[in-house]
Write a new protein. Structure first.
Length: 119
């Protein structure tokens, strides 16, 4: 687990990590949040799949956790625009953690969310 935290904190490869155990996921997230408090240029939003059961709720979950501006239009073009900008966060590094993806909208929308893997 410490290797995962170290890689995520330093933005080291591999860029995608899977943590199957929910307790370990929560520990990693808590430690990353603690790290981000000490390093103000890091931002670790968590997207909870339980809150992404529809496209509308997916947009809301991302808007809240990525602190999208009020002008976010809640459509795929606006989502793409916001995810490609993120200047309002004033951070150098972003690591998005995706929690509990089974049966959520993310599973159905992966083609539209292919952009996520680029960030």
């Amino acid at each position: 687990m410490t290797e995962i935290i170290e890689n995520l904190s330093k933005n080291s490869k591999p860029y995608i990590h899977q943590i199957g155990d929910l307790d370990n996921f929560n520990k990693v997230y808590a430690l990353l949040n603690h790290t981000s408090d000490m390093q103000e240029n890091n931002f670790y939003p968590m997207i909870d799949g339980k809150n992404c059961l529809s496209v509308e709720s997916l947009f809301k979950e991302f808007a809240i956790n990525f602190k999208f501006p009020d002008y976010f239009g809640e459509n795929w073009d606006a989502f793409d625009e916001c995810m490609n900008d993120l200047d309002w966060l004033n951070c150098e590094k972003y690591v998005c953690l995706l929690k509990i993806l089974i049966n959520c909208c993310l599973e159905k929308c992966m083609m539209s969310l292919r952009y996520l893997l680029i960030y």
